[in-house]
Design a protein around this ligand. Structure first.
Ligand code: NAD
Ligand code: MG
Length: 403
């Protein structure tokens, strides 16, 4: 060890029981054991997994542990009895936990369900370590402005945006010619369209490189994830759609790149392990030392690249169109994609119909015109989200497998 003092952080983790949440706590645990990090936890929140939340709470002793499902409050209270940890349940309690004073909030709830708590955390002035990509897609520049107005800082956790963030010239963005997002290509990179039509949820969530939650795994299989990430990149780095490219890179070693106007391209590399971008978000502008998995490029031998196939993965272009259309379109894209992805996970919809539902929902919603008049950007986005979900729900019902 270098002998330098450990990184100290007081933080809350929203969605601590999920994939990113668990990776965050695991990283913190490893850094504490290595003597390089010392963490104080204000709040932990989970959706429904009381056992895991209670185990995490016993380890980290947060001031409050919150379970989103209201019916599980008693279970949580029982599981944490005698610990002195405050317990709460319900959506409002998750939002309240997000606003508690702390240095950093890891926003790692999945889907539009994370909108209100992410929005709340953004208004506190704490550093917002943002994994919940859906809130950025839905609230976009208004979320970024809210963080800035509260004198906070937004640090992306998504590996692609973490990569760009690390090599982007924030003080001279005019030096950037293009952002190049890398995509693993997902489990169906080489699957024919005819076979894709028959793919099951089990096949879709078996990602070749990354271990992630179910919804984002489906998004990686449809490439809707790279579509969401294109929108995220446009907002985070204030780049127009035409300056954001996607290249398929199956090894997932280069996490994304910034091409400068002089033809030089800077890339960030690392093993496909979310703990590395999470470490970056927790410690920025410092660097957290922890027993990280290291790259062995000689063992890897080769890094390969190919162009994305827009025909087999139409979600990519649909997201780009939604970004260009602006207004409510990205929120509609996100809502329809969530409805489609969960219907597929529930076996009510075929894999290829996920993107079909997104396309049809966007078409119908845009034809109906502006969807929300609320002045509050978060509530406005939620109103659009609800309406788009209703439209998408009817389309899913029409396209659903016969019972
Ligand atoms: P996950 O499904 O593994 O975990 C989601 C978390 O949110 C869990 O703690 C769950 O209990 C909680 N949750 C779910 N519904 C909730 C609700 N209605 N109210 C409150 N809490 C709720 O998801 P994940 O893979 O960890 O992804 C989290 C976010 O990070 C997503 O937005 C995802 O797109 C993004 N992300 C994930 C990865 C990854 O490697 N997993 C990478 C980049 C970005
Ligand atoms: Mg990503």
């Amino acid at each position: 060890m270098s002998g330098s003092s450990p990184l100290r952080r007081k933080l809350s983790v929203l969605g601590s029981t999920g994939s990113v949440g668990c990776s965050t706590l695991d990283l913190m645990d490893q850094a504490e054991k290595a003597g390089t990090g010392a963490f104080e936890v204000e709040a932990l929140t989970g959706g429904r997994n009381v056992a895991r939340l209670a185990e995490q709470a016993r380890r980290w002793k947060p001031r409050v542990a919150v379970i989103a499902e209201p019916g599980l409050l008693n279970d949580l209270r029982e599981a944490l009895s005698g610990t002195g940890i405050e317990v709460a349940a319900g959506d409002a309690a998750v939002v309240e936990a997000a606003t508690r004073p702390t240095e950093l909030v890891m926003a790692a709830i999945v889907g539009a369900a994370g909108l209100r708590s992410t929005w709340a955390a953004a208004g506190t002035g704490a550093t917002l370590a943002l994994a919940n990509k859906e809130s950025l897609v839905c609230c976009g520049p208004r979320l970024i402005a809210r963080v800035a107005a509260a004198k906070g800082r937004l640090i992306p956790v998504d590996s692609e945006h973490s990569a760009i963030f690390q090599v982007f010239p924030a003080d001279a963005p005019e030096r950037v010619a293009r952002l190049i997002l890398t995509a693993s290509g997902g489990p169906f990179r080489k699957t024919s369209l005819a076979d894709m039509a028959r793919m099951t949820p089990e096949q879709a969530v078996a990602h070749p490189r990354w271990s992630m939650g179910a919804k984002i795994s489906v998004d990686s299989a449809t490439l809707a994830n790279k579509g969401l990430e294109t929108i995220e990149a446009a907002y985070l780095f204030d780049m127009p759609a035409e300056k954001i490219a996607v290249v398929v890179h199956p090894e997932s070693i280069i996490h994304s790149m910034v091409e400068y106007v002089d033809g030089s391209t800077l890339a960030q590399m690392g093993p496909p392990d979310m703990r590395t971008p999470i470490a970056c978000a927790l410690s920025w502008p410092d660097r957290l030392s922890w027993p990280a998995p290291r790259l062995d490029l000689a063992a890897l031998g080769a890094l390969t690249f190919e162009a994305p196939d827009f025909e087999r993965f139409p979600a990519l272009n649909l997201a780009r169109q939604a970004l260009i259309a602006g207004g409510d379109a990205p929120t509609v894209f996100n809502a329809a994609n969530e409805v489609g992805a969960y219907a597929f996970l529930d076996r009510r919809l075929g894999f290829l119909n996920i993107a079909a539902v997104v396309a049809e929902t966007l078409e119908r919603a845009m034809a109906e015109g502006v969807m929300s008049g609320s002045d509050d950007a978060c509530e406005a986005a939620l109103a659009v989200d609800a309406r788009a979900r209703r439209i998408a729900g009817t389309i899913v019902a029409q396209r659903a497998f016969a019972a």
